[in-house]
Write a protein that binds this ligand. Structure first.
Ligand SMILES: [Zn+2]
Length: 331
């Protein structure tokens, strides 16, 4: 599925439609009939990790359209700072690792409160949660076109799951995604690697667990928005073997790993807005930048998702298990 920076770009594409009414719908979604969005107003959009949230309401809000002129990161951070009232979330069951983490504590989104507090739809499922598949995408005012013929030689264009035509004359097309109604999105900016509220200490604590760091990095409870590409690049940049146990890495190594993950994600996001492709050094490469042969293997927790992982055995040597020499507390 697309990683945090890509979903932030989708969010940026959707944002200009906030304040507009859905005047026509289309798309192949069965689970969520597109027609159910007819005549609703898009009132807000948020991005959390790899998920995109769209808030719909039957009525036009008091707030005039276009009252959110800030670029999305600034705007979102401003909203998060205003967030008040901790509220336990009803998310999936969380298994607290021994290291512990404070991340699951969510904050209710402040953006929805003025409406939810006195509106008829208080507590209603107003937020459309969009989770993108591997080839998920959002298109604005145009449809995705077939890039090649299928096996029968037909040039069949991809079918959008959802198409929303807005009162302003434009439209959005969503491809390869799952949609469901959800309560107010849970704000956990402290887990979101692209949030300025990302809590480094919390991330370091999680990463220091006695399990391979390449598993922990993909754990969305601690590294929301971090996907397989960022994982591979951060490990390479930090010179850390993917199967290194976090508990055996020194504090500076763990810090380097978190920093490289954050830097790579931020650079990827910047590139997205400048129309640049993110350059990778190890992901899907045969050789590392130093010219060494790269190894590739599917790695993941027992019984969990195995993800293809690329690493350079020379630039990212494996620590001997009996060698916790540089271990240091990293509180
Ligand atoms: Zn190398």
């Amino acid at each position: 599925m697309p990683e945090g920076p890509t979903v932030r770009k989708f969010h940026h594409l959707v944002s200009p439609f906030v304040g507009q009414q859905v005047v026509k719908t289309g798309g192949s979604s069965k689970q969520l009939p597109p027609a159910s969005l007819q005549s609703l107003w898009l009132q807000d959009t948020q991005v959390h990790g790899k998920k995109l949230f769209l808030r719909f309401d039957p009525d036009e809000e008091m707030e005039p359209p276009g009252s959110s002129p800030l670029p999305e990161p600034a705007q979102k951070e401003a909203q998060k700072k205003e967030a008040v009232g901790a509220e336990p979330t009803s998310g999936p069951v969380r298994q607290e690792p021994s290291a512990g983490s404070h991340c699951p504590t969510g904050l209710a989104a402040s953006g929805s409160e003025p409406l939810g507090a006195d509106g008829p739809a208080a507590g209603a499922l107003q937020w459309l949660q969009v989770r993108f598949g591997m080839f998920g995408s959002v298109w604005v005012n145009e449809f995705s076109r077939a890039k090649k013929a299928n096996k029968r030689g037909d040039w069949q264009d991809p079918v959008p799951r959802l198409v929303l035509y807005f009162s302003g004359g434009g439209f959005l097309a969503f491809y390869s995604c799952q949609m469901s109604w959800s309560p107010s999105p849970v704000l956990t900016p402290t887990c979101d690697i692209l949030s300025e509220n990302f809590h480094r200490g919390q991330a370091l604590e999680a990463l220091g667990q006695a399990q391979p760091v390449c598993y922990t990095l993909l754990d969305q409870r601690y590294f929301s928005g971090l996907g397989n590409i960022i994982k591979n690049e951060a490990l390479y940049e930090a010179g850390v073997h993917p199967l290194s146990l976090g508990s055996l890495l020194s504090a500076p190594r763990l810090e380097a790993l978190v920093d490289r993950a954050v830097e790579f994600s931020a650079s990827w996001l910047r590139g997205k807005f400048q129309g640049q492709r993110q350059h990778t050094k190890i992901y899907q490469k045969e050789q590392c930048p130093a010219g060494h042969q790269v190894l590739r293997e599917a790695l993941g927790p027992p019984g969990g998702l195995q993800r293809l992982t690329w690493w350079c055995p020379q630039c990212q040597p494996q620590l001997a298990p009996e060698e916790p020499a540089d271990q240091a507390p990293h509180a």
